[in-house]
Design a protein around this ligand. Structure first.
Ligand code: GLU
Length: 314
């Protein structure tokens, strides 16, 4: 296993060094303020966690404090939708970097309502629509939450109802994306149902430590090494990781790949999940965002993690 190549590393020591070095950068950037529930976050908060394929978790900072995972949820919904709908999902959503902001509508018209990738808002809404279409009488939001809990091996992840309500109150741009795609037949279910589910999934809260465990199957070829459970299959997980590498950081995906060299997905709550195939899953949380809406100190911390451990894929 690739993790054996890193057995000499002092993971905890490396994380502690990063936490110390990142200190002067905490509070830089801008906390997401499109909803009050996120605007209240402490701009100096920081957490980092790494769970290895051996199942051990190493963590620093406020790693047990739940935060709003926002767009990181899109990774779990994509895996779930691919499981429910199969590869046909790709006829509704592309897998090319967008080069546009997370909530942009401009490309959609030119490309006939088919979003560039599953990680911009439009693409994630199309993916959520797929889950809604497969849920029958079950609640799609609870189905997504249950899947996230299964990945995490814990019932701790929860929908923060206050954040979900705020998302709904300020969600007109996302609704516009939903109706626009519906007009092209890309979204098939009732837009209010799809958006309600989308807002709830974005409002899932969990800690950096839990998130690093939830993402472990992405590093383990679809298997959770702690339980031996197959959460997805190898080929699918490889493709989700490739999509994350190219599209996981909006119009700064190239910058993240250049600096960190790992597949990663960010959320406007300040979290980032990054996958190191056959090694483990590393997460950070720091709410100050750069111009593209990705955690500023979090990206820096992951850049150092990659440099200091040598886990960069290239
Ligand atoms: N709830 C956010 C939105 O849909 C998610 C954006 C993000 O995390 O990038 O606007």
């Amino acid at each position: 296993m690739r993790i054996d190549r890193f057995s000499h590393l002092d993971w905890q020591g490396i994380l502690s060094g990063i936490a110390q070095d990142v200190e002067p950068h905490l509070g830089q950037g801008r906390v997401a303020d499109y909803i009050p529930a996120l605007a209240e976050q402490d701009p100096r908060a920081f957490a980092m966690a790494f769970t290895s394929l051996r199942g051990e978790t190493y963590a620093v900072g406020q790693s047990d404090r739940p935060f709003s995972i926002q767009s990181i949820s899109k990774v779990f919904t994509l895996v779930l939708a691919l499981q429910l709908e199969g590869e046909g999902l790709w006829s509704r959503v592309g897998r090319e970097p967008s080069g546009t902001p997370f909530n942009s509508i401009v490309q959609l018209e030119r490309e006939k309502g088919r979003p560039r990738n599953p990680f911009i808002n439009a693409g994630a809404i199309a993916v959520t629509d797929s889950v809604v279409g497969h849920c029958g009488s079950a609640s799609p939001a609870q189905t997504i939450l249950s899947f996230v809990r299964r990945c995490a091996g814990s019932d701790a992840p929860a929908i923060d109802e206050r954040v979900a309500a705020s998302e709904r109150d300020y969600g007109d741009r996302n609704r516009a994306l939903g109706y626009f795609m519906k007009s092209f037949g890309v979204v098939k279910n009732a837009v209010p149902d799809v958006l309600d589910t989308y807002f709830s999934q974005c409002a899932i809260a969990m800690s950096a430590a839990e998130l690093s465990r939830a993402g472990l199957f992405l590093a383990g070829g679809g298997n959770d090494p702690r339980t031996g459970e197959a959460i997805s299959d190898h080929e699918r997980v490889d493709r989700v990781n490739a999509t994350m590498m190219l599209c996981g950081h909006y119009d700064m995906s190239g910058d993240f790949a250049f600096r960190v060299g790992l597949a990663g997905k960010s959320g406007v709550g300040g979290g980032i999940l990054a996958v190191i195939p056959e090694v483990g899953c590393v997460t950070v949380w720091s709410p100050g965002l750069n111009a593209a809406g990705n955690s500023l100190a979090g990206t820096l911390a992951l850049e150092w993690f990659s440099e200091r451990t040598g886990v960069n894929l290239f």
